[in-house]
Design a protein around this ligand. Structure first.
Ligand SMILES: [Fe+2]
Length: 201
């Protein structure tokens, strides 16, 4: 990663994106789903008002994703909470050339995307933007190559059977037009109960 002769330690990263691989991805029938145009995108989505993971056809996928969420909450962020709940889940369908502008998810702590159908070498990758708050003039230094400390955008391949979990407030999307045919993902939001803390100094 670094050619430094010293011991390099990233401090206070913007968040953890964790990749999980479903050991047994299923071919889930989606032909009867109803899709609607999606805001600021060339992608269609099922309604975000309902929890599509509650449908029987997604039962074993929901179980896999709940295991991923528990690992993310317990072993990556080490949050204290009493329970978590998948409060929204929906399916997104990007045609050839489809895209989704950068956005973030409100009223949610952790979000995720699972690829029901995607090709790692061709489908639009999932991108994240580094959070920035510029309310003053700033200094921009050109770099010879991007590093963990200077990059402000990162892309992860979308691939069938892969899930990415990330903090809901991180801006994400896929602005590179989708290639290689249809890309279908299932997105979800997670809320915590019993978190207990209600003030911050
Ligand atoms: Fe999203």
């Amino acid at each position: 990663m670094s050619r430094s002769t010293g011991e390099v330690r990233p401090i206070f990263p913007a968040g953890a994106v964790v990749r999980y691989q479903n050991p047994a991805p299923e071919d889930i029938a989606l032909d009867d789903l109803e899709f609607f145009p999606n805001m600021a995108s060339g992608t269609e989505s099922t309604s975000q008002e309902r929890n599509i993971l509650d449908e029987g056809r997604f039962a074993s996928l929901a179980s896999f994703l709940r295991d991923c969420i528990k690992d993310y909450l317990d072993n990556v962020y080490c949050y204290q909470y009493e329970k978590f709940e998948i409060i929204h889940s929906w399916v997104n369908r990007a045609p050839e050339g489809g895209y989704q502008r950068m956005h973030y998810h409100g009223n949610s702590v952790v979000s995720g995307a699972y690829y029901l159908k995607a090709d790692a070498t061709q489908s639009a990758p999932l991108m994240f933007d580094k959070p920035e708050l510029n309310t003053q003039p700033y200094i921009a230094i050109a770099t010879r190559e991007q590093t963990l400390f200077t990059a402000n955008r990162i892309a992860y391949p979308s691939s069938t059977g892969t899930a990415y979990l990330f903090p809901s407030h991180l801006r994400h999307g896929y602005e590179a037009p989708n290639r290689g045919g249809e890309r279908i993902s299932l997105a979800f939001n997670v809320m915590l109960g019993g978190i207990g803390l209600f003030y911050k100094l």
